[in-house]
Structure formats: C-alpha cells, structure tokens
Design a protein around this ligand. Structure first.
Ligand code: BGC
Length: 729
C-alpha cells in the first residue's frame, strides 16, 4: 500500500522535483533563518525558490515547534504534499546525554546501549527528528583520531553487538511507532582507519583486514535492520567511499541485501573533486550516483547536474526513480504521509527531555562505563568520613558531555556530584579549566602545580580531575601527541611530591598517553566523558557506593610510537619471547604490550579464575570456575578469546568470541559456560566464511592479557555438530 502510494507520487513528479528529493540541506539553504549547528564547512548553499520547497530532507534542525512549523509551511507549498524528513546527529543521547560510545563500549553491555538509544529516540522524536545519524560502526585502532570517541572500540564482535543494539534501540520493531526514529549507520566503510589517525585521511587496509575486522560491525547494524547507511568521507585504494560502487553496490546491496537508503556525508559529493576523482561538480555527481549514493548532503550537484547526466546517458531514469523511491519509502515507513509531524510535540519534549527516569538510566550507564586502570595503596574507594582534597581542571567543570552534545544542558560536575553524595569534607583547590586546542594547538602551560603547592591540602588523599578538553575529541580533533597538556603532568608530580595518595580521574574521549603520570598515581580511574550524570556517577564510584566494572574496549598505548597497538593483531614470523635474540619483532625502547590492554579493568573486589575445563556432554562447552576472593561486591566481565594455531591464512593473535558478566559478592563462586559455536572458528577467505580444521587455543580471563588457555583440535566432523552462532550477552 505504502509502496503503491510512493510509486503514484513518483509518477506525478517532474525530473527536477525528483532530484530535489535527493537533496539534504540546512533550513538556511531553503530560506529559513534559523539557528542551526553547522557540522561541516559552510558553503553558503542557498536554493532557488522553486527548488526550496521540494527538497527531501533537512539536517540538524530540531525542536517540536520549529519542525512542526517548517513542515506545515513546507507542505503548503510542496506540489505533491511530500513531507520533509528531519535528520540529526544523536550519537549518545539527545537531551539526556549518555556516556560517549567509546565509554559505553567499556560496559561490555550492549543491552545498556539499546536502552540508551531507545531513550534518545523518544527524546529526539519528540523534537521532530525522524532519522538519526547513528550508530557509528567504525572500528578504531588509532587514538590519535578524534572520532574514536564515537566508536565502540577495536574489536569487531563488540563493535557489531553495540552497533546492532543501538539500531534496535532507535528503531524498535517498527519505526513508525511513537518514540522511534530510523537509524543511519555510518561511515561506510573504513572511516575509522585514517592513516596516521589524521582526520579524513585515506585508509590503507588489506582486503583481509578490511573484511575480517572493519566490515563486520556495519554488517551487524544492517542485519539489525538499519534503514539508512552513510558513506564514509575517506578513500581506500584510491577510491573514495562516496564513489565506490564495489562497496555500496556489491558489498552493501548484493552481498548483504541492504534495501534502505544510502546518503553521502556532509559535502562529500563535492569533495570528490578534491580527492582527485572528479574534475567538476557534474563529474562528481556522476561518480557518486553511479556508485549508488541516493541522498546528497550539503552540496547540490545532483540537483544542478542530474538532468544533464540523464540526457548524456551517464545516469538512468531507473536509477533516479530507484533513489527517489527509497527516500519516499522511508517517509512512508515512518508514517509521515499519514502524520507528517509524527511525534513532534512540545508537551512530549517537556515530559521527556532530561526527565527523572532518563537521568536515572544515564547515571546507571555512567556508573558502568568508567574503567579503573590502577588502584594501589588502598587509594580507592574513599570512605564516607574520610576528608580528601579535590583539584585539577575538571574538578568542578560541567563540560563533560563529550562530542555531539552542543547546545545540551551541562553535565553534573565531579565536585557537585561529590557534594550531593554527602562526601564529608572536600577540600577543593580550584583550578582554571583547560582551553581547547581548536583555537590553536599550543596551549599555555597553566600554573596548576604552583597552585597546588601554594595551598597544599592537609588531607592524605588527593583526587586530581585531569584530561583533555571535550572539544578536542570527536570530528576534526586528531592529535599527534596524546600526552596530558597544559601542565597537568606537572600537577600530578607535584601532588605526589607532597607525599599524597594521588587518585587521577581522567576525562577524555580517547585513550591518552598516561605513562608519564602512572608512577605518580596510586589510582587511575578512566572516566571518559560520561554525559549528563557524570559527577553523580563518578561520586558513586569514588565513594565506594558502587564498584567500577568497565573493561577497556580500546587498548591504551604506552606512547604514540606504539600506535596502532591493539590486542587482535596479526602474527609475525619472529614473535618476541623470553629467549628472543636481537632478531625479534619488538622495539628497542619500549615493550610491545600496551600500557593497558583491551579488556582490562579493575574493581574494588578481586576474583580468581580457579579453573577452566571442557564439558563435552553434547557439544563442546568451556566451563570456567570463578570465585570472589576479596574486597567489595562487583560485576566482573569474563572474556573468551580464540585463536586458530595454523590455517591457510595466518589468523590473529587472538579474537574475542564471547563474554559473560557476573555479579560477585564475598563468598560467591560461579561456574560460567561458554558454548563453542561455528562462527567462532571461521574466517573470511576469498569472499566466503571458511572453516579449516586444526588446533584452536581457547582462552578465558579477565582481560585480553590475563587469561588461562586450553588447546583443542577441532575436526570438520566436530565443527559440523556445533551451533552456527550463540546469543551474546
Ligand atoms: C559527519 C557525520 C555527521 C554529518 C552530519 C559530518 O561531518 O562526518 O558523522 O553525521 O556531518 O552532521
């Protein structure tokens, strides 16, 4: 029925009207002088009046009142009464802001991300949004890239589980239901691997790494039903994703069966000229259209040159109709032909935005995301009656929401959170907030250390809230140096020199280089950017009302020179071992291991892995016995890694294949079962998933580097009896 309606509409449209449906701009471009966040360069796009009321979608314009009035106005002058689609970046919450995706990845709990996305969907739908540019399914290995903050880290399984969970959270079972929005998976594909970590740089990935590591997270999001895909800005092998037919047509459409809509990134069609694969706007449009891009964001080459391309046979009317239909069908699926305002309602905005239940859930997520990297000398938790000193540039800074939260209400600062939690005596030594590098890379060295020495705390413990400015994370925020800036390392040194127990709470959107401060810190809590409830959640953790339980979804390098450093790395013919001579794969001046590996994360309790053993009753099951050993109750995430010892193509050192979270209290012991499934043992080869019999090493443990292992020969016969896959936690 909906399809029929769309086809009828299509027949009534002129070619120019069809081309306008494929355009996405900001309200300013169509003559509305509204304040809109520009998320890319301002090319000063202004459409002619006859095109302005025919565009298909608007970007980053939200608010029930404004979207309703725009829609009403628009419908009154659109010849076929085709409603507008409103799209926006809703990466980790809309008004109630959740931890940045990299932090959410550290919860190892996709179900939390699903619920957070569903809350974000309801809040943004109330403000008139129909499609969100999320999740970002780009796998990342290089923390120099600012957008690692929007990713779920370095592991394909984890990234895929989170991306899929987000899609389900946004879309629910039916996008036309109240409080649901369509998800646009981005940035297809390989955007997360820019060379040198430099924003927008080309990715140079081998075919096998691309298909085994980088593609699966997008595929998981597509399988979860995402309605839209955004092509990546960057190029691989000399072909920008926006012009890559092999990627958009052969992989996405044919191999994966994607039937939704494909959108370019911001101005990316125009940028094909700068990539050097188009000479002018017309050839840029031709390349993008031929590759399969259906909506052009923030440049107008489809509209300007579409008709000539059709006349010259460089594009077909079938191709045009297919693209327009995919836009119209999305509008139909969202129910916009019946109700063009969908859920936009000022009453709903008031009811939902930052409401108590949403904040409570944001606090739960923010409690589970921080990762306790180090904790010695009984530094943490701080007991409720223990006086302590709080200082550092983030101590009372509410700008802790993270990237993609411009215009949102500030978060709860650490200081406020601690005060509200009733911390008995906080000696606060105020310090200037950090300055962002966006206005120039060279930040002043601030007199943090001197301020501390001038008013030395008379308490034993000192909490230093340090890190990087939130504007120095996200898009356009690559860094060549990942050390703490502006005198923060000196601050940590000065605190230690006072003989204090130093607790560093690190606010950052990426793994920073923490080696220079580590020896001077008794405890390090990696806080990331936790969103609206940041300070409250951190207070819960610092004061021991809850134990940290986060596990790193991205390795922390010892130094920038080690990057990329990630756990599931390829093998080498000369691995480093205790008996290695000079001729081994290593650095002379730095260990091979990261400072903190993937999967690492401490708690206020400890448990032991007593044993691992096979249970072969039906199909092989790996059983792990764990027991709480000491400390407070907490939640442990036990991880399963697999490595194939030898195959026709060298397999990675190890790969995460499963994980289970378990709550542990003193005296508890648990037996955990990890069933082995076929998809844990196969790998992509020449376009197919293959199994090759042989020895596999199965490791179970508390991080990628703290495991116990068992080896097993898996024959073809045994493989054929295994389940195809298992449901992950
Ligand atoms: C970003 C996208 C974003 C788009 C629209 C681009 O610059 O790369 O992730 O969705 O802007 O705001």
């Amino acid at each position: 029925m909906a399809n029929l309606h769309c086809e009828q509409l299509l027949r009534q449209m002129t070619t120019r009207e069809k081309l306008a449906q494929l355009l996405q701009v900001t309200p300013i471009s169509i003559g509305y002088h509204l304040l809109t966040d520009l998320t890319g360069p301002d090319a000063g796009l202004r459409l002619q009046a006859q095109d302005a009321r025919r565009v298909g979608s608007l970007l980053n314009c939200a608010g029930a009142e404004v979207t309703r009035s725009l829609q009403k106005d628009f419908l009154a002058s659109n010849p076929q009464g085709i409603p507008l689609l409103f799209m926006a970046d809703v990466l980790h919450g809309f008004r109630t802001i959740f931890p940045v995706p990299l932090a959410m990845g550290c919860t190892f709990a996709p179900a939390l991300a699903e619920q957070a996305a569903s809350i974000a969907a309801s809040e943004s739908a109330a403000s008139g949004i129909h499609v969100v540019f999320a999740p970002m399914a780009d796998l990342v290995r290089d923390p120099r890239w600012g957008r690692v903050t929007e990713s779920f880290g370095e592991d394909p399984l984890l990234c895929g589980l989170f991306a899929a969970a987000m899609v389900l959270g946004y879309q629910g079972r039916d996008v036309c239901q109240e409080g649901r929005v369509a998800a646009c998976v981005k940035h297809f594909a390989g955007y997360g691997a820019p060379e040198g970590g430099r924003e927008y740089a080309a990715a140079e990935l081998s075919e096998s790494t691309f298909s085994e590591m980088y593609l699966p997270p997008y595929q998981a999001a597509i399988q979860a039903g995402a309605k839209m895909v955004m092509a990546s800005f960057n190029a691989m092998g000399g072909v920008p994703a926006t012009a890559n037919r092999r990627l958009l047509e052969d992989v996405l459409r044919k191999a994966w069966g994607f039937t939704g809509c494909i959108i370019s990134d911001y101005n990316a069609v125009d940028e094909l000229r700068f990539h050097g694969v188009a000479t002018d706007g017309q050839s840029a449009a031709a390349r993008a259209l031929q590759a399969g891009i259906q909506i052009e964001m923030m440049s107008t080459h489809f509209l300007d040159h579409g008709e000539s391309l059709l006349q010259q046979g460089e594009w077909t009317h079938e191709g045009l109709d297919e693209a327009v239909l995919s836009v119209l069908e999305l509008k139909a699926e969202l129910g916009l032909f019946e109700n063009p305002y969908k859920d936009a309602s000022t009453q709903q905005e008031q009811k939902l935005h930052l409401c108590e239940p949403h904040r409570a859930f944001a606090r739960e997520c923010a409690q589970k995301a921080p990762v306790l990297l180090k904790n010695e000398n009984a530094a943490l938790p701080i007991s409720s009656n223990e006086p302590f000193c709080l200082s550092g540039p983030f101590a009372d800074d509410p700008h802790v929401l993270g990237a993609w939260s411009a215009g949102c209400t500030d978060g709860v600062s650490l200081m406020r959170g601690l005060q509200d939690a009733g911390a008995s005596a906080i000696h606060h030594i105020p310090m200037q907030p950090l300055q962002s590098m966006q206005n120039g890379p060279f930040q002043p060295v601030l007199s943090y250390a001197a301020t501390l020495k001038a008013s030395p705390p008379d308490t034993q413990k000192i909490v230093l809230a340090i890190g990087e400015h939130q504007n120095d994370t996200g898009e356009g925020a690559s860094k060549a140096c990942l050390r703490l800036t502006s005198g923060q390392e000196e601050l940590v040194r000065a605190a230690k020199a006072l003989g204090k127990t130093v607790i560093a709470v690190v606010f950052s959107g990426r793994p920073l280089e923490l080696s220079p401060i580590l020896a001077n810190c008794d405890a390090v809590l990696q806080a990331w950017f936790l969103g609206t409830e940041s300070g409250n959640a951190l207070a819960d953790l610092l004061l021991g009302k809850a134990s940290p339980s986060g596990k790193l979804c991205m390795s922390f390098p010892r130094s920038v020179g080690q990057i990329p450093v990630y756990y599931n790395q390829p093998r080498t013919g000369r691995p480093l071992s205790a008996s290695s001579t000079r001729y081994a794969s290593r650095y002379l001046d730095c260990p091979n291991e990261p400072l903190f590996p993937f999967g690492h994360g401490l708690a206020y309790g400890r448990c032991a892995l007593k044993s691992i053993a096979w249970d072969d009753e039906e199909t092989p099951l790996l059983r792990a016995e764990i027991a709480h050993e000491s400390g407070l109750p907490y939640q442990e995430t036990v991880q399963l890694y697999v490595r194939q010892e030898a195959a026709s193509r060298s397999r990675p050192e190890k790969s995460l294949k499963g994980f289970l979270s378990v709550s542990l209290s003193p005296g508890d012991s648990h037996t955990l079962s990890f069933p082995i499934a076929q998809d844990m043992l196969t790998f992509p080869l020449d376009g197919a998933q293959v199994f090759e019999e042989g020895f596999f090493t199965f490791e179970v443990g508390f991080s990628s580097a703290r495991t116990q292992a068992l080896k097993r020969f898996i024959s073809k016969e045994e493989f054929s009896k295994l389940k195809r896959s298992i449901q992950h936690a």
